[in-house]
Ligand binder design. Structure first.
Ligand code: ADP
Ligand code: MG
Length: 295
């Protein structure tokens, strides 16, 4: 590789909103044939809104918002922001939780006003031997079929509510995925969220259900990348979250959303400065072109 050609390539990269860690990155960029896309914050905006609160019999909706809102106020997850903001808008400032804990990929727990509160996936409740009553289970299933994320809320040993949150697909994602496919890459959607929500997002951006890997725990995302590599694929991974850092580092090419966390940016080989997935396609095309002129 001649230094001049590389400099031209990386200079053009900066114009396109792509930061490249070093010239050696271009070679792996050229080779990748599979691109794993994190869902939340990468394909979708990651800005969620609370759309509905379903309560169990005898549970007051305001109490759900107060306890779940106070708990989620301590978390930085996009789902937490949606719940905390909706609660604060309705109820004003809320008490800080005690003994707060983030359970990665599952949800949050803590004490609010003397109540032991949980918010997150049904699996988190199951770990505390709690299950959703039939009406809440139905509300959850309906929300997920509609492509929304359903969060279970429990306190003092009982499941009390299901919250519906939704996150919009970025308006650039569909075009980006079409362009990536035109470059010969196979897009794969990867998420910790449930399968119904994941498939609904995939459908919207033109990824088939067979290329959706859902309900993956944060620490297992890296194994998904390793598995694809073991099948002989050269894997690019695009992500934004702390959860994605190990997978970004493992991938043959790690692309971090510039709008994402520092951990992701540090782990990536490339940063898509504007958080626009189309820049991933630009980066791959640019690398192929740059190296093509060198040989
Ligand atoms: P992704 O892989 O799409 O970026 P995460 O691994 O961050 O998603 O989260 C997976 C799932 O865990 C979420 O869809 C949600 O059901 C649950 N979860 C995580 N954090 C929270 C939270 N703070 N409050 C409620 N649920 C949460
Ligand atoms: Mg994410």
């Amino acid at each position: 590789a001649t230094p001049t050609a590389l400099m031209v390539g990386t200079g053009r990269g900066a114009q396109l909103g792509i930061l490249i860690k070093g010239p050696e990155v271009l070679e792996s960029t050229r080779r990748v044939d599979t691109i794993v896309l994190d869902k939340t914050g990468t394909v979708t905006t990651g800005r969620m809104t609370l759309l509905a609160v379903h309560t169990a019999d005898g549970t007051d909706e305001t109490e759900v918002l107060r306890l779940a809102g106070a708990l989620e106020h301590a978390s930085e997850h996009p789902i937490a922001r949606a719940v905390a903001d909706a609660a604060a808008a309705k109820l004003g400032p809320l008490p800080a939780p005690e003994d707060f804990a983030n359970v990665p990929g599952l949800g949050v727990q803590g004490i609010v006003d003397g109540h032991a509160v949980l918010a997150g996936r049904e699996q988190l409740l199951a770990e505390w031997a709690m299950a959703l009553p039939a009406d809440l289970a139905r509300a959850k299933a309906e929300a997920e079929t509609a492509g929304r994320t359903a969060i279970a809320v429990a306190w003092d040993g009982e499941a009390r509510a299901v919250l519906e949150v939704a996150d919009a697909v970025k308006d650039t994602s569909t075009e980006a995925i079409t362009r990536l496919r035109a470059l010969g890459l196979t897009p794969v959607l990867l998420t910790g969220d449930n399968r119904a929500v994941a498939e609904s997002v995939a459908r919207e951006v033109g990824i088939g259900a067979e290329h959706v890997i859902a309900e993956v725990m944060p620490e297992d995302k890296v194994d998904v990348v390793k598995r694809l590599q073991a099948e002989g694929r050269s894997v690019a991974m695009v992500g934004d979250g702390v959860n994605d850092a190990a997978a970004l580092a493992q991938a043959d090419l790690g692309l971090a959303m510039g709008t994402g966390t520092d951990a992701a940016i540090e782990a990536g080989d490339l940063t898509l400065v504007r958080g626009d997935l189309r820049a991933a396609a630009d980066a791959i095309r640019l690398a192929r072109k740059t190296l093509g002129t060198i040989k």
